[in-house]
Design a protein around this ligand. Structure first.
Ligand SMILES: [Zn+2]
Length: 123
C-alpha cells in the first residue's frame, strides 16, 4: 500500500521519513508553527479587548449626558458589535462593556447606565 505524500505544515517541505503522523520537518518548524498560531489567537483577543475598552471609554465620556446617539458613540470609536454581557430586566435590554452599559430608548438613541454592586443605576 502506497502512503500519501506528506508535507511540513510550516515550510511545506516533503516529509520523506519519520512517523506516519509526522507534521513538521523539525523542531524549528513545529515551534514556529505553534508560535504563529498562538500569536494570531492572542492578537485576535487583544483586538477584541481593546474594542471593549474603547466602548467603555466612549460610554464614560457620554455618561454625563445620560442619553446619546449611536453616532455620537461611534465618533468616539464605539463599535456596537462588542459588549461583555447583556442584562435583561423586564422589557429593558442593557448591553454592557464591563461596568458601563447602554439600552436603546428610541430609534438610535441610547440611555447610558453604570453598574454598581447594588445593581444598575443611571450615571
Ligand atoms: Zn518545515
Amino acid at each position: 500500500m502506497e502512503q500519501e505524500k506528506k508535507y511540513c505544515l510550516c515550510c511545506n517541505e516533503w516529509l520523506m521519513t519519520g512517523r506516519i503522523d509526522r507534521k513538521f520537518c523539525g523542531d524549528a518548524c513545529r515551534n514556529g508553527y505553534h508560535n504563529d498560531e498562538f500569536r494570531n489567537r492572542n492578537n485576535l483577543m487583544r483586538n477584541i479587548v481593546n474594542s471593549l475598552k474603547r466602548n467603555r471609554r466612549a460610554l464614560i465620556v457620554l455618561a454625563e449626558k445620560q442619553t446619546a446617539t449611536i453616532a455620537e458613540l461611534a465618533a468616539l470609536g464605539f463599535v456596537q458589535d462588542y459588549f461583555t454581557h447583556v442584562s435583561k430586566c423586564e422589557e429593558d435590554t442593557v448591553f454592557y462593556c464591563f461596568d458601563m452599559g447602554y439600552k436603546f430608548v428610541e430609534g438610535l438613541s441610547v440611555h447610558i447606565v453604570s453598574a454598581s454592586p447594588s445593581g444598575v443605576k443611571a450615571v
